[in-house]
Design a protein around this ligand. Sequence first.
Ligand code: 13P
Length: 341
Amino acid sequence: MSTEKLAATAKAIVTAGKGVLAADESNGTMSQRLESIGVVPTPDTRRDWRQLIFTADGFGEYISSVIMFDETIRQSSDDGRRLVDILSNADIIPGIKVDRGTHPLAGAQGEAVTEGLDGLRGRLAEYFDMGARFTKWRAVMSINDKTPSDYCIAVNAHALARYAALAQEAGLVPIVEPEILMTGSHSIGDCYTATERTLARTFDELSAQGVDLSAMILKPNMVISGHEAPDRATTAEVAERTLTCLKQNVPSDVPGIAFLSGGQGDEEATLNLDAINRMVKDEGAPWEITYSYGRALIATALKTWGGSAANVEKAQNMLLERCRASSEARSGAYSSSGTII
Ligand code: 13P
């Protein structure tokens, strides 16, 4: 696939007014989420939930693309349509998570490395044939007085770049996700430093391994206080620190940045994205800035659904409400009353 085609797909993923839905929870994580609402997890109940999302009327007004998990891309709806075709027919770009999760990093204290490079070339070709046009790989780093270590950052950045190069070779746009976790009581300053170290190393590796920056999307954390931090930074501080950190560390060739929500509440993730994009309106930025949220888009809808067919429409409306709010925030035009300003 030509680089121009990949770059065009990357631009389409971060197109104005839209963002990405991360519906790529592994079977283990999705099963826990279903159990939390009293639903027995099975391939069919996981399918029912994804079908509810993908068939929400008007979903494509706010969502350019959806990241799926391996099980989902192989599934069909209860009326026999492939889920991947439901997305494509609604002009939503299908994507696929290709990493194989985080595993303990040898010789490190409690740190993790993301695995999944073995056999990746073959899996990427299979996903392309199934209709996927982009991919995701997530690395995680945590903050405490000794972490993230240079070692953990280095191995994860190296793997992210190896994955990204293979994805582009296969004609798939890589979403590169180095996530600094919000777990802990660290300050926003600690998060800034960890994010900066991680982004700098990741872009060094991407360049060293020949990844075309114009044909990828960065999916970072916001620069934000830990969940248990005593004085959590305000929305204005999050916006200011996040934009500064990105401007210092993300090359302007990258077409778009799509944030993860990382355990922020729905409203918190929306307000922070909105504040960042308001700053961009004032001072400009070289890339599009949007969302690639999982929990912040689906949490309320999942509870509303509760596994009951009778609640499908209500849950779809809740989902659309969060998507609409995120879309407004993506333009720096969100007000919590729901009015575009
Ligand atoms: P959250 O928005 O729930 O953090 O999920 C995004 C994601 O894809 C994490 O890998």
